[in-house]
Structures are given as structure tokens and as C-alpha cells.
Ligand binder design. Sequence first.
Ligand code: S3P
Length: 429
Amino acid sequence: MGRAILTAARNALRGFVALPGDKSISQRRALMSLFVSDDVTLTNYGTGEDCLTALACVQQLGKTVARSGSIVQISGEAGCKSGELNCGNSGTCSRLLMGILAGHEGEWQLTGDESLSRRPMKRVAKPLRKMGARIDLQDGHLPAHIRGGSLQGIIYHAQVISAQVKTAVLLAGLRASGSTFYFENSMSRNHTEHILNLAPRSNGWIALDPTKVELTGKTLSALIPSDPSSAAFWIAAALMVPDSELEFPGLLSNPLRNSYFDLLRGRGAMIAIQNRTHLNGEHVIHCRISYSPIGAFSVAFPETIKLIDEIPAFAILATAANGRSVFLDASELRVKESDRLKCMTEGLVRMGAEVEVWSDNFAVTGPVELQGAEIETAHDHRIAMAFAIAGLAATSKTIIQDAECVAVSYPDFWKDLERLAPGCIELEP
Ligand code: S3P
């Protein structure tokens, strides 16, 4: 697959969307199976390449992995003591593995693709080294050389708010002597704490005593809720194409992941939430979103952290919102799979949007009629999907380069788009 060519949606988008299992939870549960020897069964496991990369690493480390679509069974011992593990495009996989392998006897090399090899890794190596980990990076980047050994717990006040760093430290803490204490000025996503059954103390510190954590095949086995970061693209589409109405069954509901419901509702979006249930440490909902004109919105720290993966979709949505939407304190956007702040603002300008950029902030003023353009995605899945949605609202053809990159998180994205907006997409071979 090369380019995707989009034309404006002629009709409303209507129907159910079955989204992939949440990428963060899928990868955490698969990688944490390295700590147990009894069977782990994961249902609605994410089908994106990042999630499959985590499974491939687990298998290479000695576990037996059987997968049938989105059902995964992991069994056996992680007996492999050395080798090169390719983490592909996945920041979560590489950073979590650093924390896990640092405390396991053996010697490994972690590598990644071009994008992952550009992403900062010192933020993870630094606290892990304080715990006694032996990790060598190349100028702060992958490849990482890890010699596993004994670790000690630490008291760590995070300098970068990152769930990947926090998880790496907590997973290293599972193998350390003594307890680990972790503090963030504002909380990043907390799926690891939910899996390990750790509640933050009233002063915000997370305390992990490795002798008190119950981690077994049973506690790791789960039905994984659908990914709210994948839902964000369709939520933007439903709010941009008149008369649309989309429903998301089995969607993850976590205040650190979909606080965007409150943000959008506050600006006029019609969002109905039903059937809230608690399942395997997380809440799951059925969500329906109906087209409604919305007012401009602002995102600033700490919301920017909670919405970091959804900003590409919401930057596109801002072109349809009435007024000047601002996205502040978005420096972390620059170190994702691409420099997303640059890719988004450049693509939006190409499509005729009114955009201002200053340091790590940007603003988009709407409503504006988007014109089609050719979009460089930098092989970044979320950039490709965000501009595909923009293409549904543009007056002329939008061309998305590297269309295959959506498979990193959402392999059926183009299929779903063809189903929801028939005739609007043509995929070049
Ligand atoms: C993730 C955490 C976030 C997010 C990423 C997945 C995770 O990154 O952007 O897509 O699974 O922990 P940070 O670790 O930088 O917060």
C-alpha cells in the first residue's frame, strides 16, 4: 500500500465501530507475562503492529505465544538469557522491556526502527540506573545494551511525566530488594498501577512493595477494553460531518485517557455514555456520539499529558470548532513517533487552516473550509489517521502518504473508513 486518496464524505457517518483492544493495556499485560510461569489469556488483545511486536519479544524471551486474531494465550517460562530484541516502532515495548530486563539475569540488545531510534531513552535509563541497572545507550538512544542483575528500590520524583518511564521503574521495582516510591507532578496513565493493584497514596506517591504484589497468570488474564485513542479519530469525524452518529461498544473509560469527553461536552458535543461496568481493573462503557456544532476548546498542562495521543485528531477537529482552539505545553508531542507538533501544523497549513505556532504551543482558528492537499505522514500512524479524517471534510482530494502506517495501532482503519464513508477512499497499491 502506498497512498490513500480521500474525497469529502457525501453522507453522514453512522453505525458501530469495533475498535482494537487498548494498545497500552495489551502491551503491559503481554510484557508482564514475563514475570509469571502460569498461563495468561488475553481477549480483545490489540491487533496493531506495536502489540504484535510485544508478543514477538515475549516469544523470543522464551514464552510460548499462541494467537488467533485478538485472542492470545501466553504460557511457559521466559528462559532466554540473551539476544537482540527488535521493538519496531513501539516506545512502550522498548521502555517497558528496559525495566523488566534490568532485573532479569542475562544480556540483551534492544533495537527499533528509524523513528524509535530517534526517541529519547535517557528518561528511562536514568531512574533504572539509580536502581542499579546496567544499561548502555548510544547517545541517549537505542540500541540499548542491558546486562540484567540485582536491583534496589528507589524513591523517585519524575522529571518527565511519562507512563512508560513510570511503568519501567515499577516493573524493575518488582525485582528489586526493598520498596520503590514514585511521584509525578501530574499523573500519567495508570494502567500498570491497576494491573498491580497499587493505589496512589493521598500525597500522590505510588508505593510498590515487591513482596506484597500478587502477579499471576490469573491476575494478568483479561478482556481488554477498546482503545479510546483509536476512538478519537472517529469522534472528530462524527463532530465534523453533519448528521453523523457513531457508537463504540466496550470502550475503555479512564479519566487519564478519555477526559476528552468532558472537554468536548463542555463545548456542545452530544455524547451519551451507557452500561458502565468494571472489568479487570478498568471501567468499560458503551459510548454514542452524535454530530453537533462545537465551540473552540483549550488544552493546557496537565490536560495536554492526558490527551497527548489524541491531539492529532483534535487539532483536525479544531478546524470545525467555532473560535480559536489552543493547544499549550505540548513539548512531548515533539518526541512521539514523529514531531507531531510540526507534522500536524504543517499539514493543516497545507489544507488551508488558520494556524499559529509558538515554541511548544499552537492554535487553530475555525470554522474553516479545508482544501485537499498531499500530506506527509513521517510514517506516523496517528498523523495518517488524523489527516484522513480531515480529508472527509475537505473540498478537494486529500492524499495521505505511507497509508500502511496506520497498522501500527489500527490495522482495520481504512476498512472501517470505507464502511462508514463508502466511496470516499481509494488505496493505491
Ligand atoms: C503510553 C504512554 C504515553 C503514550 C504512548 C503510550 C503507554 O507516552 O503517548 O502512546 O503505553 O504507557 P508517555 O510514556 O510518554 O506518557
